[in-house]
Design a protein around this ligand. Structure first.
Ligand SMILES: Cc1cc2nc3c(=O)[nH]c(=O)nc-3n(C[C@H](O)[C@H](O)[C@H](O)COP(=O)(O)OP(=O)(O)OC[C@H]3O[C@@H](n4cnc5c(N)ncnc54)[C@H](O)[C@@H]3O)c2cc1C
Length: 473
């Protein structure tokens, strides 16, 4: 028993009165189904909402929350549904608040180098909009062509440029948030500094839709770097490639924009998925290293120095992509590894661990030992330069579903323990959601969990805001 009230026809009628009949989906299995899941494959992370509402204004969101709070109905905010932790899955049914109609870029404030957007704007559209102004929003999740900026803020998304530019929270200067009570709260603003009370912005950023719904976001923008060069370094094996990562960060003397790692299984799967026929498919592993800036001569020097450095650290060959078309060809492979794995490995668990950057080679090696111990594969790829690795624990075809269900928790317990031994955490950017909730006590203390619970209780005493996520209340 969840203790939540159901969505009755009377409640549905009230929600229709708030949003308009056309923007409410009720008692229509086929149209409700896409809101029952995010991008985690498999039936475990699916739950049908009772109703979906698609508000367009803050006032509508506020009215929905007031109603839900009075009636004790759970509410799950939803962006594009590209999440990889089940964050947008309505695990207790109830109301899904889809933000797709709140999709306006409200203001570009060039004087202050800031942009004000609604949560349903696709992340990549912000940069398309900024490009003619020679400005840039530095968030760069690999899903940027689909995910919404509201979802990025809720997950504190990272991505391919985090080494140089940091993650989403570095750029969030202000938020308008509808609280679980329906009250509307402004946080921060067009300010580069602000110590007026507790710093609630970073608390909201990464709160996974459990503390409120963002309805307006103020982001810092920066000058658009004029050039980007990408180096693709091929290595004979994964160990040599991954050991070159911390060395590049520490010893090369150059701060790259990205250092992305792909083992053989990762890039082969992505190439197959894209029908891409690169001539270097036989490499054992790859590093994709990028630099950006405004001085092409300096960048050419940096590329040459990085290339020489990578060769010294075991790269058998280093290609330089110095045209946008070549760069896009390489990055497309990297961006599609996750999609390819989801398609080719039906029984798999996508992990998102983060460790101190210097420990990355050790955990990759330990994961391969773990894979051998359990007779599974654990291909790895990801943002290795910042210690964040995506590992896909995948069952052999011969395994039954029962064997997989029984063994996976043991593998994950071991895998997370290895990560914890290095001072790491179980998610670097995808979030805890419902996928990793059960494993939280293994990596954080009870005191830490109790502080999270106290914050939740203070803001959402009825526990209606995206319940069943991050931790057990
Ligand atoms: C191919 C692929 C590549 C990816 N690459 C990356 C990557 O490089 N880096 C990375 O960080 N992630 C990556 N992701 C994961 C995902 O894209 C991000 O987590 C993204 O931020 C989710 O945005 P979304 O709009 O799809 O949110 P959803 O999946 O819809 O929701 C995610 C969470 O945000 C909450 N939420 C959504 N909108 C709001 C709002 N307005 N107010 C409050 N809460 C809200 C939801 O309740 C949920 O908890 C990838 C996913 C895929 C499929």
């Amino acid at each position: 028993m969840s203790g939540y009230a159901p969505v009755t026809p009377e409640i549905a009628a009230q929600l229709e009165a708030i949003c308009g009949k056309n923007y409410v989906i009720y008692r229509d299995e086929e149209r409700l189904e896409p809101y029952s899941r995010d991008e985690i494959p498999g039936h475990h992370y699916r739950r049908m909402p009772e109703i979906v509402v698609r508000p367009q204004t803050t006032a509508e969101v506020s009215a929905i929350m007031k109603l839900a709070n009075v009636e004790r109905i759970p509410v799950t905010p939803r962006g594009a549904g590209s999440g990889l932790s089940g964050g947008a899955v309505p695990v207790f049914g109830g109301i899904v608040v889809a933000t797709d109609r709140m999709n306006q870029i409200l203001e570009l404030d060039k004087q202050n180098m800031m942009i004000v957007v609604e949560p349903g704007v696709i992340a990549n559209d912000i940069n398309e909009y900024l490009r003619p102004h020679e400005l840039f929003y530095a968030g760069y999740p690999m899903s940027m062509e689909t995910c919404y900026i509201g979802g990025n803020v809720a997950e504190n998304a990272g991505g391919g440029k985090a080494i140089k530019y940091g993650v989403t929270s570095r750029y969030v200067l202000g938020l308008e948030v509808v609280l679980p009570s329906g009250e509307v709260m402004e946080l921060g603003g067009k300010l580069l500094k602000d110590v007026t009370g507790y710093n609630l912005l970073p608390l909201m950023t990464g709160s996974e839709g459990t503390l409120g719904i963002f309805t307006k976001i103020i982001l810092k923008v920066i000058p658009l770097p004029k050039y980007q060069y990408d180096l693709l370094a091929l290595f004979p094996d994964s160990r040599t490639a991954i050991e070159a990562v911390p060395a590049t960060m520490v010893e090369s003397g150059i701060t790259p924009t990205s250092v992305e790692y792909m083992d053989q299984e990762s890039f082969r799967s992505a190439c197959e998925y894209l029908n891409e026929t690169l001539p270097y498919q036989d490499a054992g592993a790859m590093l994709l290293v990028s630099v950006d800036g405004n001085d092409p001569e300096k960048m050419a020097d940096d590329c040459e120095a990085l290339g020489t450095f990578l060769e010294k650290h075991g790269a058998s060959v280093v290609y330089v992509a110095d045209t946008p078309a070549n760069s896009e060809r390489i990055w497309k492979i990297r961006r599609n590894v996750a999609e390819a794995f989801s398609l080719y490995f039906p029984r798999q668990s996508g992990e998102d661990i983060v460790v101190p950057p210097a420990s990355i080679a050790l955990v990759v090696e330990q994961f391969q030992e773990l894979a051998e111990k359990y007779g599974v594969t654990i291909p790895c790829y990801g943002h290795a330069g910042d210690g964040n690795l995506h590992s896909r624990v995948s069952a052999p075809d011969s395994w039954s579903d029962e064997r997989w269900e029984e063994t996976l928790p043991k593998i994950l317990n071991d895998l997370y323990a290895l990560v914890a031994q290095q001072g790491g955490r179980i998610s670097g950017e995808h979030g805890i959601g419902c996928k990793r909730l059960a494993y939280m006590p293994s990596v954080v203390s009870e005191t830490y969990l109790n502080v999270l619970r106290s914050i939740k209780q203070a803001l959402d005493p009825n526990n209606i805001m995206n319940p069943g996520k991050i931790f057990m209340v």
